[in-house]
Design a protein around this ligand. Structure first.
Ligand SMILES: NC(=O)c1ccc[n+]([C@@H]2O[C@H](COP(=O)([O-])OP(=O)(O)OC[C@H]3O[C@@H](n4cnc5c(N)ncnc54)[C@H](OP(=O)(O)O)[C@@H]3O)[C@@H](O)[C@H]2O)c1
Length: 309
């Protein structure tokens, strides 16, 4: 597994992250197998959120299962996110909610600190001074080592940065061959004949690179938000052909090639996989060994339904 350094933050973190959103459906033993398989494949970074499963069920299952694995806490990075409160039908970045969410996550994960805490989607009613106070307390108490955000556009990050003194090191956003808006708008810039030119994220990719913010790409194989995978999907024949061609050459799976497409980008991103299938985890981790040429990258991009303007 290729490791990267999160600039000004955790060093030697795996380029592939194991997402734990789907962990609530597993037994404790099955969850332990997922954690061990990921770790044995070189994954040392695990992504959570307070909203994954009812009452934080993903974090609870991980906390229970991790004990069975024999892996040392100091050998992995645990990340959680807070702010999405689906149980209350609201987003909540109040100081009170940030602090209580972290306490809940630590208890459920059975750990004394989070390596990284991300604010999930924006709470439009948030007060940045409250966020700053919460981050200061969490840092002072040693409950969170580093901070970041998820699904934020550059101006939202700028507003936070005006008040928060800790560097915001991560922006976790959706990116895949199928959901490539983060990249499309730059290529089709100002072209009124295509929707690909619509700037939906305020140039988040360039902004993050300029500001030393590591991008974590969520759902690298997913269609839309929860549309299933494009791998082996008959609705994506051209893309599957291109993935297979490179997979055969690289002795890897199509999933590994699709994830390698993200890792090949010079922004040095991490990719967050969500499968709970140990064989699929092993497949996905080979992404870091797949070597994609400049031409391969464009070939895959175009096979996913784009064209050169
Ligand atoms: N920040 C945010 O707003 C946000 C939002 C959503 C997700 N996330 C994070 O991103 C993580 C990943 O999300 P995800 O599960 O949607 O992403 P994903 O890794 O893109 O998984 C999508 C689908 O791909 C399939 N798949 C995986 N490996 C495969 C393989 N080798 N061959 C064929 N199919 C394969 C999986 O099926 P199987 O399950 O059958 O393997 C899964 O249904 C989550 O766990 C979470 O940590 C963050």
């Amino acid at each position: 597994m290729k490791n990267i350094n999160i600039l000004n933050g955790p060093q030697n973190v795996s380029a592939v992250i194991q997402g734990c959103m789907r962990m609530p459906d597993l037994s404790v033993n099955e969850a332990a197998k997922v954690i061990s398989t990921a770790y044995d494949c070189g994954i040392n970074f695990f992504d959570h959120a307070t909203c994954y499963g009812e009452n934080g069920a993903a974090e609870t299952r991980f906390g229970e299962a991790f004990k069975l694995t024999g892996i040392k806490r100091e050998d992995i990075f645990i990340q959680s996110k807070c702010g999405l409160c689906f149980d209350r039908n609201e987003f909540d970045w109040t100081k009170e909610n940030i602090l209580s969410s972290v306490d809940d996550s630590l208890r459920r994960l059975n750990t004394d600190h989070l390596d990284t805490l991300l604010l999930h989607r924006p709470d439009v009613l948030y007060d940045p001074e409250e966020v700053a106070e919460a981050f200061n307390i969490l840092e002072k108490e040693g409950k969170v080592l580093y901070f970041g955000v998820s699904n934020l556009v550059p101006m939202q990050i700028e507003l936070l940065k005006k008040y928060v003194k800790q560097p915001l090191l991560i922006n976790q956003v959706q990116l895949s061959l199928e959901q490539s808006q983060l990249i499309d708008q730059a290529l089709y810039m100002n072209n009124k004949t295509t929707e690909f030119s619509i700037n939906r994220d305020g140039n988040a990719l360039d902004y993050c690179r300029l500001n030393d913010i590591t991008i974590q790409a969520w759902s690298p194989l997913q269609i839309g938000m929860f549309g299933g995978s494009f791998i082996d999907n008959p609705d994506y024949p051209k893309l599957n052909e291109a993935l297979q061609r490179i997979a055969d050459r690289e002795n890897a799976s199509k999933a590994a090639v699709a994830i390698a497409w993200i890792l090949r980008h010079p922004a040095k991103m991490q990719a967050i996989i969500g499968t709970m299938n140990p064989d699929h985890i092993k497949d996905a981790c080979k992404a870091s060994e797949v070597s994609l040429s400049h031409h391969d990258w464009y070939d895959l991009y175009l096979s996913a339904g784009k064209y050169l303007p």
